[in-house]
Design a protein around this ligand. Structure first.
Ligand code: ADP
Length: 780
């Protein structure tokens, strides 16, 4: 295996902390006198020198026992004198050798050495060892940061296994003892085995090291980040002049929790969250989320409520104080409150105030709250289409918040406010869930005891809340919701009522808001009346209030500017404040007209009057309709026309007019789309008048649906329509007999001014509408 040659004598240098392998080139500095002498001796001979390694690097004057006996013979390639006495030597390792005997100690070491030559031998065992060593070495390189992967390339060309082991060992970061082990492994197999075992243990150590490193690094990273953030926070706090201590927060929260009156479950939940918060670093994102959550819960009025002070007399007073008129609404509300009081329960239907905008629905609800001494919150449902608006988002959602119900409760600060759902008829629904069904749960006394907001996660008791809803119309309220409600209609106001509301409520309110008194500005009834009729067109008084506010604003400005303390605003100079009048109510015709009838319609802004004009032309029986008419209205025009054919003869109308004439019906003032069947009798009357040439009375207005045989069917909104008629100066209203019961609702001032004539058939209508027929009939 190894060829042990005969002994040779060579100068020797013991190295400190350094070991040379055969075939390895390296340089080192020599400073010790003995070593320099050994070098010099080598240089004068064959430049060969035996290098071995000291056991202890700190021994300055070693003896034979201080160095390993096995080392490497080397050839000195270069010598360089360094400043001082030191010499830098470049050597190349040649072969392993072992000291047989030290032949000289001074002036330098000289030894008889035995040289071992590697003998290449590749049996299966060596082959297997090479493979395992190579793969371990690869692994070693992959973990160790100190050895460059390039080494793998350079060793791939090495054929001799002994040399391979040496090169690998020399490229590893090993202790001298380990390297010495390899040097002393004379047989190739033993060398490979020794190398393998060193590799395995090194790899193990490296792996442990790596794990530790990683742990330490991540720990340090986290600590550094926290440290950095905390330092930042400290500085911010310092800048703000506050002391910062994360524990203070936890203590404060716990204290708040202790004081909080809430169900046990809720307190447990908050406690859990506070504990969680305490465990988290105060600057982490999660702790922010938890903090917001805890404060949301802490702020809720879990057990706070106002004491109801219901006294029906007082409630009546308050309702009257806040509102003019609304007699029936007030009565209904008081009845409702009385029943609540008697049954001592919040169960039972929910009030739904239905009517056009600005008629005082919200303000009635506010008065209810006031008379019960409850807080008041309002939530508009108009356009709410996402269930989450009602119920909140789950906490996992970024930026999650409680729903608007819980928000409203928080705003109220008590668990029993009067909660107004405005515009329940405008509730929408789409893919984001069905807000109506969420609302249903909220309004259901069986379920709302344990209302669950997605964000809160804990149940909130809504059963003490008094819910009130409002709507403009009943038709779009989801049926199940409607079933829970007690509908109270709030209808529009007459001009007279509006003027009163303005004088008693809106004007004083606006004066106050603009810092004025009734000494600075007075508005007489005729002036208010002009504002109502020429600057507003609405059922309620919202626009009216706005116009009055404008007058107040202009007055205030003028007072400041001119230093006068009294400004005169009357119906003559009103346009200075409000501009030219926006609306002119149709004046009734000045004389009886042929083919022209005043109809009455009910639109979004309340009742309106409309002129229906009919003009027959030569043609072939076409019916032409113009003015913004809906389909139902067109249908009803056709029905009217058919009826006219059946009575043509009676009114002296050409019997085949439907073949020789085109009929053109026009309804001007198209700004407001008109639809519905209630103009039926008006259109039929106008056609008959136009074809027969008998004029229609200028004092008459009418409303009613017509059938083919001339019956008059009931319509809606008689009150609103009669208000419009009164504004126009109409003296007689012809209306369907079946609407007789509605006369009750008509304000007295309207009934005093207008004669109401119920009609069962078109004959009744025509009898009162047509001017001449009246006389003819009488004559007969
Ligand atoms: P709605 O809720 O029906 O749309 P609001 O309650 O908001 O109407 O009323 C609009 C304004 O008109 C409020 O300032 C309200 O006080 C006033 N108002 C309405 N009706 C009356 C009334 N009958 N008496 C006094 N003020 C009224």
């Amino acid at each position: 295996m190894v060829d042990s040659e005969k002994n040779i004598t060579m100068p020797l240098i013991p190295l400190r902390g350094l070991l040379v392998f055969p075939n390895m080139v390296l340089h080192f500095d020599v400073g010790r006198d003995k070593s320099i002498k050994a070098l010099e001796d080598a240089m004068v001979n064959d430049q060969l020198i035996f290098l071995t390694t000291q056991h202890d690097i700190n021994v300055d004057t070693p003896t034979i026992d201080d160095f390993y006996r096995v080392g490497t013979t080397c050839k000195i390639k270069q010598m360089l004198k360094l400043p001082g006495d030191a010499i830098r030597v470049l050597v190349e390792g040649i072969e392993r050798a072992e000291i047989v005997e030290l032949v000289q100690e001074t002036p330098f070491f000289k030894a008889d050495i035995r040289v071992y030559k590697d003998i290449s031998l590749k049996d299966k065992e060596v082959e297997a060892l090479i493979r395992t060593v190579l793969s371990s070495f690869e692994k070693y390189i992959s973990i160790s940061a100190k050895t460059s992967p390039d080494v793998l390339i350079s060793i791939s060309s090495i054929e001799e296994p002994g040399r391979l082991a040496d090169v690998i060992a020399s490229n590893m970061t090993l202790k001298i003892e380990q390297k010495q082990q390899i040097i002393e492994a004379i047989s190739i197999k033993a060398r490979l085995e020794a190398l393998y075992s060193i590799l395995v243990s090194e790899i193990e150590i490296l792996e442990v090291e790596k794990n530790i490193n990683e742990k330490v690094r991540s720990q340090i990273n986290k600590m550094q980040k926290e440290y950095y953030l905390r330092e930042q926070m400290k500085i911010i706090k310092e800048e703000l002049g506050e002391e910062y201590n994360p524990d203070d927060e936890i203590i404060e929260l716990k204290e708040k929790l202790r004081k909080l009156k809430a169900p046990k479950k809720v307190k447990e939940k908050i406690n859990k969250e506070i504990e969680r918060l305490a465990r988290l670093s105060p600057a982490s994102a999660e702790s922010g989320v938890i903090r917001t959550y805890i404060s949301s819960i802490l702020e809720l009025p879990w057990n706070k409520q106002t004491k109801d002070t219901l006294d029906i007399t007082k409630a009546r007073e308050i309702l009257n104080q806040d509102h003019y008129g609304l007699k029936e609404v007030k009565e209904r509300v008081l009845e409702y409150l009385a029943i609540r009081e008697l049954t001592k329960s919040m169960k039972g239907p929910i009030i739904c105030l239905v009517g056009p905008p600005g008629v005082g629905k919200t303000s009635v609800a506010k008065s209810i709250a006031r008379s019960l001494n409850r807080k008041f919150v309002r939530m508009s449902l108009g356009g709410v289409r996402d269930e989450a608006e009602i119920r909140g988002h789950r906490r996992t959602y970024i930026g999650a918040l409680p729903g608007r119900i819980i928000n409203g409760i928080k705003e109220a600060g008590t668990k029993n406010p009067v909660f107004l759902f405005d515009e329940i008829d405008k509730l929408a629904s789409d893919f984001r869930g069905d807000p109506a069904s969420a609302l249903l749960e909220v309004l259901d006394p069986e379920q709302n005891k344990s209302f669950k907001d997605h964000y809160l996660e804990v149940e909130f008791d809504l059963s003490k809340v008094m819910f009130i809803t409002t709507a403009n119309s009943l038709s779009t309220i989801p049926r199940p919701l409607l079933d829970r409600m007690e509908v109270i209609n709030v209808s529009g106001y007459t001009e007279f009522e509006k003027v009163n509301i303005a004088r008693k409520y809106l004007l004083p309110k606006q004066l106050k808001e603009h810092g004025l008194t009734d000494k600075n500005l007075k508005l007489s009834d005729p002036t208010l009346s002009k504002i109502v009729t020429e600057y507003t067109r609405e059922s309620g008084v919202r626009e009216l209030e706005r116009q009055i506010a404008t007058v107040c604003r202009k007055t205030a400005a003028e007072i400041v500017e001119t230093k006068k303390d009294k400004i005169l605003v009357n119906s003559k100079n009103l346009n200075k404040s409000l501009g030219v009048s926006k609306y002119s109510y149709d004046k009734k015709n000045s004389k009886n007209q042929i083919g022209m009838v005043t109809g009455l319609a009910w639109t979004a802004v309340g009742g309106v009057t409309l002129y229906i004009e009919v003009s027959p032309m030569k043609g072939n029986g076409k019916l032409v309709l113009t003015g913004q008419l809906g389909d139902v209205m067109k249908e009803s025009a056709r029905t009217g026309l058919t009826y006219v054919r059946t009575v043509a003869k009676k009114y002296g109308i050409e019997e085949n007019f439907h073949e020789s004439k085109d009929i053109h019906i026009h309804i001007p003032e198209g700004a407001i789309p008109k639809d519905g069947p209630s103009a039926g009798i008006s259109m039929a009357t106008a056609v008959i008048s136009a074809l027969s040439g008998i004029a229609v009375s200028k004092d008459v207005a009418m409303t009613g649906e017509i059938t083919l045989r001339g019956r008059v069917l009931p319509i809606g909104g008689l009150k609103e329509k009669s208000l419009a008629a009164k504004r126009m100066g109409i003296k007689t209203i012809i209306f369907p007999f079946d609407n007789l019961k509605d006369l009750e609702d008509i304000p007295d001032e309207v009934k005093d001014a207008i004669k109401f004539i119920p009609a069962k058939t078109m004959d009744d209508v025509l009898k009162h509408a047509l001017v001449k027929v009246d006389k003819n009939e009488n004559r007969k």
